[in-house]
Design a protein around this ligand. Structure first.
Ligand code: 5AD
Ligand code: SF4
Length: 473
């Protein structure tokens, strides 16, 4: 006699796109964890597969279509398997995702995750598929602590949505209106991350952190001050600010407070004021450059990174040249560079023809990447001989006898582990700050020698030099 197989609750989540999605996947893992699900890393073992998707460029959509097609065989083998599409693409396409011949049971936008476990249970007990893509003006998932810690680092979302409506961007349509999260719950989450998960560094996330605002007037700098005063977090980073409202007092706080990292991700998008105007970016090339100068005056060692789009509708070769010029003038440490991709709902799609040819977009992207690669490498060379405080994160990708971490300014540094140190020893050093003298560099990475006598343990004392014995922290 065949017995019915026991019902298992195994969840597989795959995340596409930005850090905000990483955080949201953490919320989803937490919601299912609270209902007895375990997380698996192999989709073949899962009872529920969730793809948390991105819609910012068409390529992101295409990757998800491809992935869903490749999941077809699992669905055929196991018809009880639930496959859900979450995130911005789900919000963007909604119901349409069900009619494409893809194995999709569930489509859920970013403001609807509280309903997710119930909906999945419904599908598993035979209620059929579902779509939920309601945008909310208030959802910030306040009291849900996401499962999103990576070693000693964690993301913490401080606001959701965006009201900027840059003309190329789909985010205001997929993530809805801007709303700030209550500071008490942010501080509490960070305290818990420190106490329960040994987190040493948090990155505060928002589509435009400088719009953070509470009814009592607390702004982003005020929030950072509260976190600095009320927690022992070793480092705070944030992403991203909008160049159109970068207040001086925030820069002054960064310059004066060593725990508030010297790294600013400042999306430029384009170097021509005319293109910026059509992008609805609300600043000119001159104001951007002045902001960069002001930042560098206050923080000469700042790490500056950016996002740039080439081939926006109507961008001429001369206007693209202005982008190259500005990239030279700003000396970014690193840049994410993209070809313009027309998106549903956006003003650019309604107003402007996508008239820069694919060949021109590719050619401009190639030239921009080549310039930025050269400039970034030159900047890295200037680091050789200098010393940086580095927060120990883990082993380097290449070898476990080398460890890695980041400078205050956000640069990745690889350095040799203490003599004879094991992976167990790494746990004692993870999240500690150590002085590293930079000895050489590649295009993307600095390499250096750590002064282990400078390392302070998570409890504030010195980490012992002899790391090969079990360390007490
Ligand atoms: N096409 C190309 N790049 C885009 N980005 C946002 N929307 C588009 C688009 N339609 C880029 C911007 C943004 C980053 C997250 O993605 O540079 O800062
Ligand atoms: Fe998109 Fe502009 Fe909002 Fe950033 S600020 S999410 S680019 S609309």
């Amino acid at each position: 006699m065949n017995e019915a197989p026991e019902k298992t609750n195994r969840l597989f989540v795959e995340t596409y796109g930005c850090q905000m999605n990483e955080y949201d996947s953490g919320i989803v893992r937490r919601l299912f964890g609270d209902r007895g699900y375990s997380v698996v890393v192999d989709e073949k073992e899962a009872d529920v597969i969730l793809l948390n998707t991105c819609a910012v460029r068409e390529k992101a959509h295409e990757r998800v279509y491809g992935r869903l097609q490749s999941l077809n065989h699992l669905k055929r083998k196991n018809p009880g398997l639930v496959i859900g599409v979450l995130g911005c693409m789900a919000q963007n396409l909604g119901e349409d995702l069900h009619g494409m011949g893809l194995p999709v049971d569930l489509v859920l936008g970013p403001d609807n995750y509280r309903d997710l476990p119930e909906l999945v249970e419904g599908i598993r007990t035979g209620n059929g598929g579902a779509t939920l893509a309601r945008l909310s003006s208030s959802e910030t998932y306040e009291e849900i602590e996401p499962e999103v810690v990576s070693g000693c680092l964690a993301f913490v979302t401080i606001m959701r949505g965006c009201d900027n409506f840059c003309s190329f961007c789909v985010v205001p349509f997929t993530r809805g209106r801007e709303r700030s999260r209550n500071p008490d719950s942010i501080v509490q989450e960070i305290q818990n991350l420190i106490q329960n998960r040994n987190v040493a560094e948090v990155t505060l996330l928002g589509q435009n952190v400088n719009s953070y605002k509470m009814d009592d007037g607390l702004d982003f700098a005020g929030l950072v001050r509260r976190i600095l005063n009320e927690t022992d977090i070793k480092r705070i980073r944030f992403t991203s600010p909008h160049p159109h409202d970068f207040p001086l007092h925030l820069l002054e706080l960064m310059a004066s407070e060593p725990r508030f990292c010297n790294h600013i991700h400042l999306p430029l998008q384009a170097g021509s004021s005319e293109v910026l105007n059509r992008m609805n970016r609300d600043y000119s090339k001159e104001t951007f450059l002045n902001l960069v100068k002001q930042i560098r005056t206050l923080m000469p060692d700042v790490g500056l990174t950016t996002d740039i789009i080439v081939g926006f509708p109507g961008e001429t070769e001369e206007q693209f040249q202005e982008t190259l010029e500005l990239v030279r003038a700003c000396e970014f440490d690193m840049a994410y560079m993209f070809k313009y991709s027309e998106r549903e709902h956006t003003l650019a799609r309604k107003k402007y023809a996508d008239d820069v040819s694919e060949d021109d977009k590719l050619d401009r992207l190639g030239r921009l990447i080549s310039l930025q690669t050269t400039l970034g490498a030159e900047k890295n060379k200037r680091e050789v001989g200098r010393s940086h405080k580095v927060l120990v994160e883990g082993t380097s990708k290449r070898s476990s006898s080398d460890w890695m971490g980041r400078t205050d300014s956000g640069k990745v540094v690889v350095f040799s582990a203490p003599e004879g140190a094991s992976l167990t020893d790494l746990d004692a050093y993870r999240g500690t700050l150590v002085d590293v003298e930079i000895e050489s560099c590649t295009q993307a990475t600095l390499k250096g020698k750590a002064d282990w006598s400078s390392a302070s343990s998570r409890t504030g004392g010195k980490v012992r030099d002899n790391a090969s014995e079990p360390a007490a922290v």
